[in-house]
Design a protein around this ligand. Structure first.
Ligand code: 3PG
Ligand code: MG
Length: 454
């Protein structure tokens, strides 16, 4: 059997999938695994959204996702059954046995329910996680030594402490392999690092407040390179609030998000990095842009003055400088609050054409590019490097790729001990570290070619 970890955490509105890119991206690996490996059973682990971790939640079941995967597998012409297992693990075990019997002549892909329904997946207690990892392995009906682990979840490789990502360390090193799109993503990252010779600037938007931990991690590197951090979207609200600026009723972090925000803001402050923030906003229900927000106003986009200023900043970037776009400037899903994001993408496109290394990172940013392409009736320049990985990319840029433990697990041919060895690479991916990263990728790719025949 093989365990395949994917990131099918797609954009969804209830049961409707609004962007299936992440499911599609995993298809070549699934095709290769199902078609070429002499395994009969494949066990897919993935999450969707951020459930409470207190059990089954109807709205975040993988049902619609598995349905979509079923269609795509069929389009690929794969003779395979795909079965979503019940949340209850005893029922799941029974179901596995039944299905194996019913389809004894077929290859079967079993998908575990949203792995974040299980409290153990994200437990802070390493022992609880370990027990869960062992349980997952037991479900496959194969012993560790005969089990293959394929990581096709680049977008969540910064979540090395989640059981589904951590369990790779229990599998013998020679049975671990990198998925095809994971390899591609790593190569993009390396290209980015190689082309970046000037300053690194990053724009953060959207509404995922836990990004403040990424901002905090990246702040020093940005400052040392001579770049700047731009904050837009709902993300800027706590920053403005911390400076005593009124944000009215604009979206603010929830209680449980506050810790990341506070920690990130502290690191930003200590780093002395230059922060650029909006001077005017489009406000919900107001006709004219606003520079001061009253209590009942909520900002949904950046205003024209800010657009002007950000365009100038992007225009001033030179060849060899790098610019990361991560998150929209407003609620770009609605046409009334799309202009900021649209103008940023267009300015970034021009910069990319001039030789600035532009990286559009994260699912939302790439969804925004898709919308703008539709509006324009033309594709946005391919010179913008694109990745659905947001958090992972930022973490890799700040800490070094090999300090992401799920990736190190594919490269380091050790087991448990290697995982806790902090000296694997230097902290930042400077020129010297780059050589070792490239070597690692070569070995990753080689490892992939050698997918063990089990
Ligand atoms: C993502 O969408 O960034 C990944 O799937 C990880 O999700 P998370 O930010 O909820 O851990
Ligand atoms: Mg993300």
């Amino acid at each position: 059997s093989a365990i395949i970890v994917v990131d099918w955490n797609v954009a969804r509105k209830g049961d409707v999938i609004t962007d299936d890119e992440r499911i599609r991206a995993s298809m070549p690996t699934l095709k290769k695994a199902i078609g070429q490996l002499p395994c009969k059973y494949f066990f897919i682990l993935t999450h969707s959204g951020r459930p409470e971790g207190k059990g089954y939640e109807q709205g975040l079941s993988l049902e619609p996702i598995v349905e979509r995967a079923r269609q795509l597998l069929k389009e690929e012409g794969l003779e395979v059954e795909i079965i979503l297992l019940p949340y209850d693990l005893i029922e799941a075990e029974n179901r596995i046995a039944e299905v194996k019997q019913a389809y004894s002549d077929k290859k079967i892909v079993f998908v575990l329910e949203n792995i974040r329904f299980y409290a153990q997946e994200r437990s802070k207690d390493a022992q609880l996680r370990r027990e869960f990892e062992e349980t997952l392995i037991r479900l496959t009906g194969t012993t560790k030594d005969n089990l293959l682990y394929i990581n096709e979840a680049f977008d969540k490789c910064h979540r090395g402490q989640e059981a589904s990502m951590e369990l790779v360390w229990l599998i013998p090193a020679e049975n671990r392999a990198a998925g095809l799109s994971l390899q591609e993503e790593i190569i993009k990252l390396i290209e980015f690092e190689q082309r970046l010779t000037g300053c690194l600037s990053a724009l953060f938007g959207g509404a995922k407040f836990d990004k403040y931990s990424n901002i905090g991690e990246l702040a020093n590197r940005v400052r040392e390179s001579g770049g700047r951090i731009i904050l837009v979207g709902a993300l800027v609200n706590p920053y403005l609030a911390s400076k005593g600026t009124q944000v009215g009723s604009s979206k603010m972090p929830k209680e449980k998000e506050l810790k990341d925000v506070e920690k990130g803001l502290k690191k930003v402050d200590e780093s002395k990095v230059e922060i650029i923030y909006p001077e005017d906003f489009i406000v919900k229900g107001e006709e004219a842009p606003q520079t001061a927000l009253s209590q009942e106003m909520s900002q949904v986009d950046i205003g024209p003055q800010t657009i002007q200023k950000l365009r100038q900043i992007i225009q001033s970037l030179k060849e060899g400088d790098a610019f990361i776009l991560n998150g929209g400037a407003g609620i770009f899903e609605n046409p009334e609050s799309r202009e900021g994001t649209r103008q940023l993408i267009l300015a970034a496109e021009q910069a990319a054409e001039r030789g600035v290394v532009v990286f559009a990172a994260g699912g939302d940013m790439n969804a925004a590019i898709g919308i703008i392409e539709q509006e324009l009736g033309r594709p946005i320049s391919e010179k913008i490097i694109r990745s659905t990985g947001g958090g992972v990319l930022l973490t890799a840029l700040a800490k070094g790729l090999m300090n992401l433990s799920p990736i190190a697990a594919l490269v380091v041919k050790g087991s448990e001990e290697a995982k806790s060895d902090p000296a694997r690479t230097s902290k930042n991916q400077n020129a010297t570290a780059l050589g070792s990263i490239i070597a690692s990728v070569v070995s990753l790719v080689a490892g992939f070619a050698a997918w063990k025949l089990i």
